[in-house]
Design a protein around this ligand. Structure first.
Ligand SMILES: [Zn+2]
Ligand SMILES: [Zn+2]
Length: 302
């Protein structure tokens, strides 16, 4: 009897939670659509892709805010309200500092608690999931092994997203040279790598650059884990990137459509969210980003 009562209570909790999430005025669809319109003038439309850029090689349709919320996306819901970071490999002290700061940013960006799991050594990766790149000679790890064999069996019960961060280079399989990260749009698992982000121990500037690159890939991959497709409309952190220069060209912020998806999915207040992101940027010397967030607040408050 008690068992059935517990199931009914759990179901009621889930329904109530879903109702609260999707009827809260903060993430009211009409309100968010008007916010998108207010913010549009601040954002730059994507130009024609260069010959090596992502969109020159991947023909993607994009996804509006309306298409997103109607697609029954994977979002933090019920008890699934924590983002877990899984370090994979031997991190130096400085790299660990990058992980801590990235967690802080992710928590502000997605309005969720972020927890860092105990390290997993690279020795768990078998030879069949490793290779040396045929031209560059660098050792790479197969992303599908990390997603399917390491993360999925360990997915914590309260995980809204479970993402591995590795020091190794990643490749997703035949036909690819490498990827900065990869995530499942439906299974709450993802992986990203610090390998191509520079040496954070070299100088203050290289630390800041490594942090910026790591954060960009983190918020991009978490976006995928909440069922967000690549952005094809604006200069936006949800755009696909084929190479380092293209990834560096992307801003740290999301365009209005992608931002509305985050606020809807995570029940975030857009102004409060921009405020805490601006505070992080001020603290860590990301001045352009801080100015952009401040301008966005001014637009929404005008
Ligand atoms: Zn992507
Ligand atoms: Zn976008």
């Amino acid at each position: 009897m008690w068992k059935y009562l517990k199931i009914v209570l759990a179901l009621c909790g889930f329904i109530l939670n879903t109702m609260i999430l999707h009827t809260n005025p903060i993430n009211d669809v009409t309100n968010l659509i008007s916010i998108i319109e207010k913010l549009r003038p601040l954002h730059k439309k994507l130009g024609k892709p260069g010959p090596h850029d992502w969109l020159a090689h991947h023909h993607e349709p994009g996804q509006t805010f309306q298409e997103y919320y109607k697609s029954n996306p994977m979002t933090p819901r019920g008890k699934r309200c924590v983002i877990y970071i899984q370090p994979l490999g031997e991190f130096t002290q400085v790299q660990r500092r990058i992980v801590v700061l990235t967690s802080d940013f992710m928590s502000r960006f997605y309005n969720l608690q972020v927890k860092v799991q105990k390290d997993i050594p690279l020795s768990v990766i078998p030879n069949k999931a490793r290779r040396r790149h045929p031209e560059w000679g660098v050792e790479q790890i197969l992303t599908s092994y990390i997603l399917n064999d390491i993360l999925k069996p360990k997915l914590p019960a309260d995980a809204a997203a479970y993402i591995a961060l590795t020091i190794s280079d990643l490749w997703p399989g035949r036909g690819w040279n490498f990827v900065f990260g990869q995530a499942s749009l439906r299974e709450r698992v993802g992986v990203w790598s610090i390998y191509r982000n520079g040496n954070p121990a070299e100088s203050e500037n290289s630390f800041r650059l490594c942090l910026l690159r790591t954060i960009k890939t983190a918020v991009h991959e978490i976006g995928h884990m909440f069922s967000m497709s690549h952005c094809v409309k604006y200069e936006c952190c949800m755009c696909g990137s084929n190479h380092r220069e293209e990834a560096d060209r992307r801003p740290l912020w999301f365009c209005p459509e992608c931002m509305a998806k985050v606020c809807w999915a995570t029940c975030s207040d857009p102004v409060d969210r921009y405020q805490i992101l601006a505070e992080f940027c001020e603290e860590h010397g990301f001045n352009n980003e801080k100015e952009f967030y401040k301008k966005s607040i001014a637009k929404l408050e005008s």
